[in-house]
Design a binder for this molecule. Structure first.
Ligand SMILES: [Zn+2]
Ligand SMILES: [Zn+2]
Length: 432
């Protein structure tokens, strides 16, 4: 009896992950991610090596497009599963682009423990990542075990979840499929709490408004900014889309959401936000949101000292209401630096800079630092480590734990048996 592993995509790239494991003729596919570099209108992106005739169950680790963005291309007879809130966020994102996920997504409940699919026993471990409802997946079958980390970090607001996973799984994992996004990078990795302190300093020393660009689906960051708003005696102003995200994930949880309990949160109703809801056929929802006590207009915003969400797509709405940057304001870009084009004159960054506002990059990564990846792998102490979701595995600049590095995984079109490394575990690695 053997368990076989095929990494269809992800051995030498970040994003677009697609991994298959097979036992007793049954197949699980871990993630069906859209490659980050694929143009928006590109189709037919599933890896060629993926057999689409035979049945399979697809497990989506978390609601980032580079892990689920190809589910529309999956054969209709395949089952899809993910976390409950993850499914909600996937539907919401698809709606943003005017589409809809028109197939069933089954959800696991990580609190109710493991579940079985054919010979596989799957235990989802909720983890710390910039996406909400992200999981590591521990999979046992035919006497072997595998831990797929998905994307994770150890410096967010849910870091203790990772420590809990280490405690439960140390010494129990044969094969660790680990992400390596931050290998070989010098990205600043501070904790969300330290980031909160920096936002507090910024807000306290800024006379005007503090504008921030961040991802509405990065709920850790929204919480960080809400806490910074409390500590600097400001309001946190988010747009209707961000409010929608909070409302959807907060259902049945203690997560913050617009309403009386979170009295420093304000929802800015903008024409661009209204259009988004109209396009999605949800005009009633935006009308109801605009009637809530926390809803504010652009006119009112000018009078409230705030930390204000500002995406580039909202700039025109601000300008049309006579709101422009001044030298008293600050503008913080709180996303990965690669998303900022310093030469584009139409970005909020460029406009804030031209107005003499204080522009700065205040961010921390959604992924574990290189040294933390090492610590995690060492603590789990697997028999083998299979690298995915990274480009610097060849020269990681850290000492990986004494696990067997796979040779040849870099070669495109290579299929390489692992029989000599594992008694029960055969891996077929297909470089993508
Ligand atoms: Zn990813
Ligand atoms: Zn991710």
């Amino acid at each position: 009896m053997s368990l076989s592993l095929t990494v269809h995509r992800g051995t030498q790239q970040i994003g677009g992950s697609c991994i298959e494991i097979e036992a007793e003729g049954e197949r699980l596919i871990l993630d069906a991610g859209r490659p980050l570099e694929a143009p928006r209108d590109a189709t037919d992106l599933l890896p060629d090596t993926l057999n689409r005739e035979r049945p399979a169950t697809v497990l989506i680790s978390h609601p980032h497009m580079d892990h689920w963005g190809l589910i529309g291309e999956l054969p209709p007879h395949w089952k899809i599963m993910t976390g409950e809130k993850s499914a909600e966020l996937m539907r919401l994102t698809e709606g943003l682009f005017g589409g809809a996920i028109d197939r069933e997504i089954k959800c696991w409940n990580s609190r109710s423990g493991p579940f079985d699919i054919g010979p596989f026993r799957i235990t989802p471990f909720l983890t710390d990542h910039s996406a909400f409802d992200a999981y590591m997946l521990f999979i046992e079958a035919v006497g072997s075990s595998l831990l797929y980390t998905g994307d994770f970090r150890t410096h967010g607001r849910k870091a203790s979840l990772v420590e809990g996973t280490i405690e439960r799984l140390t010494g129990k994992v044969d094969l660790l499929l680990m992400e390596g996004t931050n290998l070989g990078s010098d990205k600043p990795v501070i904790t969300e709490r330290e980031l909160e302190d920096r936002f507090v300093d910024l807000a306290r020393t800024t006379k005007g408004q503090v504008y921030v660009q961040w991802s509405a689906q990065n709920i850790d960051r929204t919480v960080t900014l809400y806490r910074a708003a409390i500590r600097s005696a400001r309001k946190l102003v988010i747009d209707a889309y961000a409010a929608d995200v909070l409302n959807r994930v907060a259902e049945g949880t203690r997560i913050m959401r617009p309403g009386a309990r979170f009295d420093r949160l304000r929802v800015l109703i903008l024409p661009s936000g209204k259009r988004l809801f109209h396009r999605g056929g949800r005009s009633d929802a935006i009308d109801a949101m605009a009637r809530q006590p926390e809803a504010i207009s652009r006119r009112l915003l000018k009078k409230i000292p705030s930390i204000v969400m500002l995406r580039d797509s909202m700039l025109r709405d601000f300008e049309n209401a006579g709101i422009s940057f001044t030298s008293d304001d600050a503008y913080a870009f709180s996303n990965w630096r690669g998303y900022l084009d310093p030469d584009d004159e139409n970005t909020a960054w460029a406009k804030a800079d031209a107005a003499g506002a204080n522009t700065l990059h205040l961010h921390t990564s959604g992924h574990a630092s290189a040294s933390e990846l090492c610590r995690f792998a060492e603590a789990i102490a697997p028999k083998w480590l299979v690298p995915v979701h990274g480009i610097k595995w060849d020269d990681p600049e850290i000492n990986l734990p004494p696990v067997q590095r796979l040779q040849g995984w870099r070669d495109v079109d290579l299929r390489w048996g692992l029989k000599n490394l594992a008694r029960d575990c055969r891996a077929v690695l297909t470089g993508a």
